[in-house]
Ligand binder design. Structure first.
Ligand code: ATP
Ligand code: MN
Length: 305
């Protein structure tokens, strides 16, 4: 999409989008119009992961090299496809009105606000206290990188399988890997956080040379942090299929486990780095590899040591 300003109709709603020619990724020339086009094209796959969920915007009014800010308070007015979920914030000692995207018009409105990245909460707005998934954020500490995170993801997958739990991996679109364990059953953050912490501890104990569970940055050098602490009511994680505001327009992309295995075997991190255009081609071929995260019902067993 190009031009200064345009009226478009998405999901039967009229929207004005603007500054379409502004270059948002100077390294590749990807414009704000390209960001909006990407979200329009990915909407059919991405929306099920977004609908009904409170989000946190991360806005880049001058593109990825400019200033950015997280925004929890929804900057209404917006189209009908955006609703509000109020929640008390201890930090602000006030209510925060989170945006909840209900359809593709809401997503395009968010993209037009230069929110290149879309961050979702692990629960739906209809029940903030019940996470629908447990998440592990595998953060490599330099000189460790994406392949080190991939190795830890594969280890974590095995640990989960021993407990009859299935996990699903995506790239963060940044440095590491996110692993989601779909739950879609009655569970609390207290339970998911405790379980994730115990499992992270198990991995760190088994391989202290490569894995840490402690958040301290100085302990992470050359290792992978298994960040279990994302399992919190007030924490967001970048949504699957969101663009990232990195040098190039990379996307948080779901991966088949075989792809992670092959990348590790071949020592080729680039096999698991995907940009917007590649993702759109990929989903034509593969569909939504993250779909089971929406529906698969799993229960956390008791952890025994
Ligand atoms: P990477 O793989 O490069 O670590 P990431 O998305 O996992 O990318 P992290 O810094 O590990 O980035 O943070 C994990 C998640 O926590 C992010 O996806 C984001 O949703 C959330 N987050 C991080 N920093 C903030 C912040 N300052 N305010 C709000 N949310 C944040
Ligand atoms: Mn991370």
């Amino acid at each position: 999409m190009s031009g200064k300003k345009r009226q478009i109709t998405v999901a039967d709603q009229e929207l004005t989008v603007s500054n379409l020619d502004k270059i948002f990724y100077p390294a590749t020339g990807f414009t704000k119009g390209d960001v909006i086009d990407y979200y329009l094209a990915i909407a059919p796959l991405m929306m099920p992961h977004l609908v009904g969920r409170p989000i946190n915007l991360r806005r880049y009014p001058d593109g990825v090299e400019g200033e950015s800010f997280f925004q929890k308070e929804c900057p209404l007015p917006g189209p009908e496809g955006v609703t509000i979920s109020p929640r008390y914030s201890e930090y602000k000692d006030d209510e925060v009105n989170y945006c909840v995207i209900q359809d593709a018009a809401g997503l395009v409105w968010v993209a037009n606000l230069a929110s290149i990245e879309v961050h979702t909460y692990l629960a739906r707005a209809s029940n903030w206290e019940r996470p629908t998934q447990m998440v592990f954020d595998l953060d490599p500490g330099e000189p460790a990188g994406l392949l080190d995170s991939a190795r830890v993801a594969l280890r974590l997958r095995e640990e989960l399988a021993e407990m009859d739990l299935q996990g699903f991996a995506k790239t963060s679109g940044g440095k590491g890997i996110h692993l989601a364990v779909p739950l879609n059953t009655s569970v609390t953050y207290e339970q998911t956080k405790e379980f994730a912490r115990a499992l992270a501890g198990r991995l760190a104990d088994a391989d202290p040379e490569h894995v840490v569970m402690n958040m301290r940055k100085d302990l992470r050098e050359g290792k992978v942090l298994v960040d279990w602490s994302q399992n919190e009511v007030h924490k967001s994680t970048v949504c699957v299929y969101s663009l990232r505001a990195r040098e190039r327009p990379t996307v948080s992309t779901p991966l088949a486990w075989e792809e992670l295995e092959e990348a590790v075997d071949q020592q080729e991190a680039r096999r698991v780095v995907f940009e917007a255009q590649e993702v759109l081609k990929r989903v034509e071929r593969l569909g939504d590899l993250y779909k089971p995260v929406l529906k698969l019902q799993q229960k956390l067993p008791k952890m025994t040591d």
